[in-house]
Design a protein around this ligand. Structure first.
Ligand code: COA
Length: 264
């Protein structure tokens, strides 16, 4: 069990709300935070009092993705060993997220980087503030996609727009996310969390078994494909993390300079 204050979990009226609470580091996610999020998902899945779960950040930032200092530490050790890789908190979190049986809702304001965007591919309803910016800079960090985003993003955006997002790593804004169906509605940031809560409470008032079965059926066609792709991505991610490009990218970020990939 983790006891970090960087993830807050609050349950009310059948809705568990998980809040990123590390604004000084742009809600980037540490190993302790992944453990807290995985624990929260595990508990929420089992707890009959929870019927829906909401992810939210604050009004200026959803999440800057994985903590890059954590990445740098792993890269310095040659990346996680493949056997250990599957046990890491981030992969535990992703497995629980992809298999979470009850409805998942997200309220996204400000930047949603890396896993801040890929986790949304596993949410059922996504509401965005008009300041939301989604980005998947894995290649820019010498890495590859995770959370089965290499499968789900081309399906959602079409191959060429997914390639723009995943190969160039350029951010796309709330209206573009709405157009491709990554988000359900765009509202002023000050209304976003309240809208997500209102929708979550509507879901929580519905018969749970019918919700769970409907979600399972909608995802049944590719649940095993998602798990297989996540494993494949995990193996590639671990090997790229041990490479020179990732180390250079992480070091450059921490040193607040542009990375030099001329020798990578
Ligand atoms: N990991 C660790 N620290 C991070 C971080 C991350 N992913 N993202 C931001 N921070 C830290 C910065 O190092 C800085 O710390 P400092 O105040 O001790 O110097 C602080 O958060 C503020 O970040 P800053 O970059 O100054 O904020 P910004 O408003 O100018 O930009 C972002 C916000 C999210 C656009 C930018 O921080 C960013 O691009 N972060 C990295 C995203 C990323 O590549 N994530 C990995 C995805 S796989």
């Amino acid at each position: 069990m983790s006891s970090t204050q960087d993830i807050l979990v609050h349950t009310e009226a059948g809705v568990a709300t998980l809040t990123f609470n590390r604004a000084d580091k742009k809600n980037s996610i540490t190993e302790a935070m992944y453990t807290a999020m995985a624990d929260a998902l595990e508990q929420a899945a089992q707890d009959a009092a929870v019927r829906c779960l909401v992810f939210q950040g604050d009004l200026a930032i959803f999440s800057a993705g994985n903590d890059i200092a954590d990445f740098l530490q792993q890269a310095a050790k040659g990346g996680p060993a493949p056997a250990v890789q599957g046990e890491r908190p981030v992969w535990r979190f992703l497995r629980l997220l992809a298999g979470f049986p009850k409805p998942l809702v997200a309220a996204v304001c400000g930047p949603a980087v890396g896993i801040g965007t890929t986790l949304l591919l596993h949410c059922d309803l996504v509401y965005a503030g008009d300041n939301a910016a989604f980005s998947l800079p894995f290649v820019n960090l010498g890495l590859c996609p995770e959370a089965a985003s290499s499968l789900l993003l081309p399906q959602m955006l079409g191959y060429h727009r997914a390639a723009e997002a995943l190969l160039l790593g350029e951010p796309f804004l709330a209206e573009a996310a709405l157009e491709v169906g990554l988000v359900n509605r765009v509202v002023p940031p000050s209304e976003c969390n309240a809208l997500a809560q209102a929708q979550a409470r509507k879901l929580a008032a519905k018969p749970l078994a019918a919700l769970v079965e409907t979600k399972r059926l909608m995802k049944a066609g590719q649940a095993s494909l998602v798990r297989t792709r996540m494993d494949e991505e995990g193996a590639s991610f671990a090997s790229l993390m041990a490479g020179p490009a990732a180390k250079e990218a992480f070091t450059a970020f921490m040193e607040k300079r542009r990375p030099d990939f001329s020798r990578c």
